[in-house]
Design a protein around this ligand. Structure first.
Ligand code: HEC
Length: 279
Protein backbone atom coordinates (compact mmCIF):
# COMPACT_ATOMS: atom_id res chain seq x y z
CA UNK A 1 0.00 0.00 0.00
CA UNK A 2 2.76 2.45 1.04
CA UNK A 3 4.76 1.73 -2.14
CA UNK A 4 1.65 2.21 -4.24
CA UNK A 5 0.97 5.51 -2.47
CA UNK A 6 4.48 6.77 -3.10
CA UNK A 7 4.10 5.80 -6.76
CA UNK A 8 0.88 7.76 -7.00
CA UNK A 9 2.38 10.82 -5.37
CA UNK A 10 5.33 10.73 -7.74
CA UNK A 11 3.29 10.27 -10.91
CA UNK A 12 0.23 12.43 -10.28
CA UNK A 13 1.60 15.25 -8.20
CA UNK A 14 0.59 16.53 -4.83
CA UNK A 15 -3.18 16.75 -5.27
CA UNK A 16 -3.48 13.08 -6.17
CA UNK A 17 -1.12 12.29 -3.31
CA UNK A 18 -3.36 14.10 -0.84
CA UNK A 19 -6.38 12.24 -2.20
CA UNK A 20 -4.52 8.96 -1.87
CA UNK A 21 -3.54 9.74 1.72
CA UNK A 22 -7.20 10.51 2.44
CA UNK A 23 -8.13 7.20 0.81
CA UNK A 24 -5.51 5.41 2.90
CA UNK A 25 -7.16 6.66 6.08
CA UNK A 26 -10.28 4.74 5.05
CA UNK A 27 -8.19 1.73 4.01
CA UNK A 28 -10.21 -0.58 6.27
CA UNK A 29 -13.20 -0.18 3.97
CA UNK A 30 -11.46 0.24 0.65
CA UNK A 31 -9.35 -2.90 0.85
CA UNK A 32 -12.54 -4.92 0.54
CA UNK A 33 -12.71 -3.76 -3.07
CA UNK A 34 -9.39 -5.36 -3.90
CA UNK A 35 -9.56 -8.42 -6.11
CA UNK A 36 -7.95 -10.79 -3.59
CA UNK A 37 -11.04 -10.86 -1.38
CA UNK A 38 -14.53 -12.12 -2.13
CA UNK A 39 -17.36 -10.16 -0.64
CA UNK A 40 -19.66 -12.50 1.37
CA UNK A 41 -23.12 -13.11 -0.06
CA UNK A 42 -26.12 -11.98 1.94
CA UNK A 43 -27.74 -14.88 3.79
CA UNK A 44 -31.39 -14.81 4.89
CA UNK A 45 -31.03 -14.53 8.68
CA UNK A 46 -34.37 -14.72 10.40
CA UNK A 47 -33.37 -12.96 13.60
CA UNK A 48 -32.40 -9.65 12.00
CA UNK A 49 -35.92 -8.35 11.30
CA UNK A 50 -37.43 -5.54 13.37
CA UNK A 51 -40.00 -7.88 14.90
CA UNK A 52 -38.06 -11.15 15.04
CA UNK A 53 -36.11 -12.64 17.91
CA UNK A 54 -33.19 -15.05 18.04
CA UNK A 55 -33.89 -18.74 17.57
CA UNK A 56 -32.89 -19.81 21.07
CA UNK A 57 -32.43 -23.46 20.12
CA UNK A 58 -29.85 -22.23 17.59
CA UNK A 59 -28.20 -20.07 20.27
CA UNK A 60 -27.90 -23.10 22.53
CA UNK A 61 -26.37 -25.15 19.72
CA UNK A 62 -24.13 -22.21 18.78
CA UNK A 63 -22.84 -21.95 22.33
CA UNK A 64 -22.05 -25.65 22.24
CA UNK A 65 -20.05 -25.13 19.02
CA UNK A 66 -18.22 -22.19 20.58
CA UNK A 67 -17.44 -24.14 23.73
CA UNK A 68 -16.36 -27.35 22.07
CA UNK A 69 -14.57 -25.91 19.04
CA UNK A 70 -13.75 -22.19 19.11
CA UNK A 71 -13.05 -21.82 22.85
CA UNK A 72 -9.77 -23.70 22.53
CA UNK A 73 -8.38 -20.63 20.70
CA UNK A 74 -10.81 -17.71 21.10
CA UNK A 75 -11.95 -15.92 24.25
CA UNK A 76 -15.37 -14.37 24.79
CA UNK A 77 -14.34 -12.09 27.59
CA UNK A 78 -17.34 -9.74 27.57
CA UNK A 79 -19.80 -12.52 28.40
CA UNK A 80 -20.45 -13.76 31.92
CA UNK A 81 -21.95 -17.17 32.64
CA UNK A 82 -25.04 -15.62 34.24
CA UNK A 83 -25.91 -13.83 30.99
CA UNK A 84 -26.59 -17.24 29.43
CA UNK A 85 -29.43 -17.91 31.90
CA UNK A 86 -32.74 -17.81 30.05
CA UNK A 87 -30.95 -17.45 26.73
CA UNK A 88 -29.21 -20.75 26.13
CA UNK A 89 -29.33 -22.54 29.49
CA UNK A 90 -31.23 -22.75 32.76
CA UNK A 91 -29.90 -21.36 36.03
CA UNK A 92 -28.89 -24.83 37.29
CA UNK A 93 -27.08 -25.70 34.07
CA UNK A 94 -25.18 -22.40 34.16
CA UNK A 95 -24.16 -22.84 37.82
CA UNK A 96 -22.92 -26.34 37.00
CA UNK A 97 -21.06 -25.15 33.90
CA UNK A 98 -19.41 -22.27 35.80
CA UNK A 99 -18.30 -24.51 38.66
CA UNK A 100 -16.48 -26.80 36.19
CA UNK A 101 -14.04 -23.95 35.50
CA UNK A 102 -11.17 -23.01 37.83
CA UNK A 103 -10.94 -19.26 38.27
CA UNK A 104 -7.90 -17.40 39.61
CA UNK A 105 -9.01 -15.09 42.41
CA UNK A 106 -7.41 -13.19 45.23
CA UNK A 107 -5.35 -11.98 46.85
CA UNK A 108 -6.44 -13.68 50.09
CA UNK A 109 -5.55 -12.48 53.59
CA UNK A 110 -2.00 -13.77 53.17
CA UNK A 111 -1.68 -11.83 49.93
CA UNK A 112 -1.68 -14.91 47.73
CA UNK A 113 -3.73 -15.62 44.64
CA UNK A 114 -5.80 -18.78 44.78
CA UNK A 115 -7.98 -20.87 42.51
CA UNK A 116 -11.67 -21.40 43.17
CA UNK A 117 -14.52 -23.01 41.24
CA UNK A 118 -16.21 -20.55 38.87
CA UNK A 119 -19.42 -18.71 39.77
CA UNK A 120 -22.13 -17.46 37.40
CA UNK A 121 -20.77 -13.90 37.73
CA UNK A 122 -17.38 -14.90 36.27
CA UNK A 123 -16.58 -14.23 32.64
CA UNK A 124 -16.19 -17.18 30.28
CA UNK A 125 -12.62 -18.50 30.57
CA UNK A 126 -9.97 -17.36 28.10
CA UNK A 127 -7.86 -20.06 26.48
CA UNK A 128 -4.57 -18.17 26.91
CA UNK A 129 -3.19 -16.27 29.91
CA UNK A 130 -2.08 -13.37 27.66
CA UNK A 131 -1.87 -12.28 24.01
CA UNK A 132 1.74 -13.39 23.66
CA UNK A 133 0.82 -16.95 24.66
CA UNK A 134 -2.05 -16.82 22.11
CA UNK A 135 0.33 -15.71 19.36
CA UNK A 136 2.96 -18.27 20.29
CA UNK A 137 0.41 -21.07 20.04
CA UNK A 138 -0.93 -19.95 16.64
CA UNK A 139 2.14 -19.26 14.55
CA UNK A 140 2.25 -15.55 15.43
CA UNK A 141 -1.43 -14.68 14.76
CA UNK A 142 -3.51 -13.87 17.82
CA UNK A 143 -7.01 -15.42 17.69
CA UNK A 144 -9.13 -12.31 18.38
CA UNK A 145 -11.78 -12.16 21.08
CA UNK A 146 -15.13 -13.10 19.54
CA UNK A 147 -17.48 -11.12 21.84
CA UNK A 148 -17.94 -8.26 19.39
CA UNK A 149 -16.69 -9.96 16.23
CA UNK A 150 -20.03 -9.79 14.40
CA UNK A 151 -20.08 -6.01 14.95
CA UNK A 152 -16.40 -5.56 14.22
CA UNK A 153 -16.33 -6.85 10.65
CA UNK A 154 -17.82 -5.56 7.46
CA UNK A 155 -21.08 -7.51 6.78
CA UNK A 156 -20.87 -9.02 10.30
CA UNK A 157 -22.67 -12.34 10.42
CA UNK A 158 -22.58 -12.89 6.64
CA UNK A 159 -18.79 -12.50 6.78
CA UNK A 160 -18.25 -14.86 9.72
CA UNK A 161 -20.53 -17.49 8.15
CA UNK A 162 -18.77 -17.18 4.79
CA UNK A 163 -15.38 -17.33 6.50
CA UNK A 164 -16.22 -20.50 8.43
CA UNK A 165 -17.67 -22.30 5.43
CA UNK A 166 -15.41 -20.79 2.74
CA UNK A 167 -12.16 -22.75 3.09
CA UNK A 168 -11.07 -24.27 -0.21
CA UNK A 169 -8.03 -25.16 -2.28
CA UNK A 170 -5.96 -22.10 -3.30
CA UNK A 171 -6.29 -21.20 -6.97
CA UNK A 172 -3.53 -22.21 -9.36
CA UNK A 173 -0.47 -20.04 -8.85
CA UNK A 174 -1.38 -18.75 -5.38
CA UNK A 175 1.58 -19.49 -3.12
CA UNK A 176 0.58 -20.34 0.46
CA UNK A 177 3.13 -19.80 3.21
CA UNK A 178 3.40 -22.65 5.71
CA UNK A 179 0.81 -22.37 8.52
CA UNK A 180 -1.59 -20.30 6.41
CA UNK A 181 -4.83 -21.59 4.90
CA UNK A 182 -6.58 -20.31 1.82
CA UNK A 183 -9.89 -18.59 2.45
CA UNK A 184 -11.19 -16.21 -0.23
CA UNK A 185 -13.34 -14.28 2.25
CA UNK A 186 -10.39 -13.30 4.45
CA UNK A 187 -8.68 -10.12 3.17
CA UNK A 188 -5.49 -11.32 1.52
CA UNK A 189 -6.85 -14.85 1.18
CA UNK A 190 -4.41 -16.44 3.65
CA UNK A 191 -5.62 -16.96 7.22
CA UNK A 192 -3.77 -18.51 10.16
CA UNK A 193 -6.92 -20.16 11.51
CA UNK A 194 -7.10 -23.79 10.32
CA UNK A 195 -10.62 -24.77 9.15
CA UNK A 196 -12.26 -25.11 12.58
CA UNK A 197 -15.45 -26.96 11.63
CA UNK A 198 -15.91 -30.48 10.32
CA UNK A 199 -19.05 -32.47 9.58
CA UNK A 200 -20.15 -34.14 12.82
CA UNK A 201 -17.52 -32.16 14.77
CA UNK A 202 -20.00 -31.70 17.62
CA UNK A 203 -22.92 -33.83 18.69
CA UNK A 204 -26.04 -31.76 19.30
CA UNK A 205 -28.34 -32.72 22.23
CA UNK A 206 -31.46 -31.96 20.19
CA UNK A 207 -30.52 -34.37 17.40
CA UNK A 208 -29.87 -31.69 14.76
CA UNK A 209 -27.44 -33.01 12.15
CA UNK A 210 -24.15 -31.19 12.72
CA UNK A 211 -23.03 -30.36 9.19
CA UNK A 212 -20.39 -27.66 8.72
CA UNK A 213 -22.96 -25.12 7.54
CA UNK A 214 -25.36 -25.98 10.39
CA UNK A 215 -22.61 -25.45 12.96
CA UNK A 216 -21.51 -22.23 11.27
CA UNK A 217 -25.10 -20.95 11.17
CA UNK A 218 -25.60 -21.74 14.86
CA UNK A 219 -22.31 -20.30 16.07
CA UNK A 220 -22.81 -17.12 14.01
CA UNK A 221 -26.22 -16.58 15.58
CA UNK A 222 -24.67 -17.15 18.99
CA UNK A 223 -21.90 -14.66 18.21
CA UNK A 224 -24.50 -12.17 17.04
CA UNK A 225 -26.20 -12.55 20.39
CA UNK A 226 -22.88 -12.03 22.27
CA UNK A 227 -22.30 -8.81 20.36
CA UNK A 228 -25.79 -7.53 21.18
CA UNK A 229 -27.17 -9.42 24.19
CA UNK A 230 -29.66 -6.60 24.75
CA UNK A 231 -31.10 -6.66 21.22
CA UNK A 232 -34.30 -8.55 22.06
CA UNK A 233 -35.13 -6.22 24.95
CA UNK A 234 -34.32 -3.29 22.73
CA UNK A 235 -36.70 -4.49 20.01
CA UNK A 236 -39.48 -5.15 22.54
CA UNK A 237 -39.01 -1.74 24.14
CA UNK A 238 -38.87 -0.06 20.73
CA UNK A 239 -42.27 -1.59 19.88
CA UNK A 240 -43.77 -0.23 23.09
CA UNK A 241 -42.19 3.22 22.96
CA UNK A 242 -42.76 3.78 19.27
CA UNK A 243 -46.45 2.86 19.66
CA UNK A 244 -46.75 5.42 22.46
CA UNK A 245 -44.81 8.01 20.45
CA UNK A 246 -47.10 7.41 17.46
CA UNK A 247 -50.20 8.02 19.60
CA UNK A 248 -48.62 11.10 21.12
CA UNK A 249 -47.71 12.46 17.69
CA UNK A 250 -51.29 11.90 16.46
CA UNK A 251 -52.85 13.57 19.47
CA UNK A 252 -50.33 16.44 19.34
CA UNK A 253 -51.25 16.93 15.66
CA UNK A 254 -54.95 16.88 16.44
CA UNK A 255 -54.50 19.29 19.37
CA UNK A 256 -52.51 21.71 17.23
CA UNK A 257 -55.17 21.74 14.53
CA UNK A 258 -57.88 22.21 17.13
CA UNK A 259 -56.09 25.13 18.78
CA UNK A 260 -55.28 26.80 15.50
CA UNK A 261 -58.65 26.26 13.82
CA UNK A 262 -60.20 29.62 14.95
CA UNK A 263 -57.12 31.46 13.72
CA UNK A 264 -56.80 29.54 10.47
CA UNK A 265 -60.45 29.88 9.53
CA UNK A 266 -60.82 33.56 10.38
CA UNK A 267 -60.74 36.11 7.67
CA UNK A 268 -59.53 39.63 8.26
CA UNK A 269 -60.57 42.19 5.70
CA UNK A 270 -60.35 45.95 5.65
CA UNK A 271 -63.14 48.03 4.30
CA UNK A 272 -62.27 51.53 3.33
CA UNK A 273 -64.16 53.82 5.67
CA UNK A 274 -66.60 56.38 4.41
CA UNK A 275 -65.91 59.88 5.59
CA UNK A 276 -62.49 58.95 7.01
CA UNK A 277 -59.57 61.20 7.86
CA UNK A 278 -58.19 61.21 4.28
CA UNK A 279 -61.03 63.24 2.90
C1 HEC B 1 -6.78 -23.63 16.31
C2 HEC B 1 -7.19 -22.36 16.82
C3 HEC B 1 -8.50 -21.79 16.33
C4 HEC B 1 -9.76 -22.32 16.42
C5 HEC B 1 -10.18 -23.68 16.96
C6 HEC B 1 -10.66 -21.33 15.91
N1 HEC B 1 -9.96 -20.22 15.51
FE1 HEC B 1 -10.72 -18.53 14.73
N2 HEC B 1 -8.87 -17.76 14.54
C7 HEC B 1 -7.70 -18.38 14.91
C8 HEC B 1 -6.58 -17.52 14.58
C9 HEC B 1 -5.13 -17.84 14.83
C10 HEC B 1 -7.12 -16.35 14.01
C11 HEC B 1 -6.36 -15.14 13.45
C12 HEC B 1 -6.23 -15.35 11.94
C13 HEC B 1 -5.35 -14.35 11.24
O1 HEC B 1 -5.27 -13.19 11.68
O2 HEC B 1 -4.72 -14.77 10.25
C14 HEC B 1 -8.56 -16.53 13.99
C15 HEC B 1 -9.44 -15.59 13.50
C16 HEC B 1 -10.81 -15.72 13.55
C17 HEC B 1 -11.75 -14.72 13.12
C18 HEC B 1 -11.41 -13.32 12.62
C19 HEC B 1 -11.12 -13.23 11.16
C20 HEC B 1 -10.83 -11.80 10.81
O3 HEC B 1 -11.54 -11.24 9.97
O4 HEC B 1 -9.91 -11.20 11.40
C21 HEC B 1 -13.01 -15.22 13.31
C22 HEC B 1 -14.33 -14.53 13.00
C23 HEC B 1 -12.86 -16.53 13.86
N3 HEC B 1 -11.51 -16.81 13.99
C24 HEC B 1 -13.92 -17.33 14.21
C25 HEC B 1 -13.77 -18.60 14.74
C26 HEC B 1 -14.89 -19.43 15.10
C27 HEC B 1 -16.36 -19.02 15.01
C28 HEC B 1 -14.37 -20.59 15.55
C29 HEC B 1 -15.12 -21.79 16.03
C30 HEC B 1 -16.04 -22.38 15.13
C31 HEC B 1 -12.92 -20.48 15.48
N4 HEC B 1 -12.59 -19.26 14.99
C32 HEC B 1 -12.03 -21.49 15.86
C33 HEC B 1 -7.59 -19.60 15.50
C34 HEC B 1 -8.63 -20.46 15.75
Amino acid sequence: MAARLQGLIRSNGLAAGAAAVAAASTAKVTFLDEDDVVHPPHFPWRHTGYFSSFDHAALRRGFQVYREVCASCHSLHLIRFRELVGVTHTNEEVKQMASDVDVMDGPNEEGEMFERPGKPYDTLPSPYPNKEAGRAANGGAYPPDLSLMVKARHSGHDYVFALLTGYCEPPEGKEMMPGLHYNPYFPGGAISMPPPLSDGGVEYDDGTVATISQQARDVVQFLHWTSEPESEDRKKNACKYLTVVAFMALSAGYYKRWKWSPLKTRQISYVKGIGGAGR
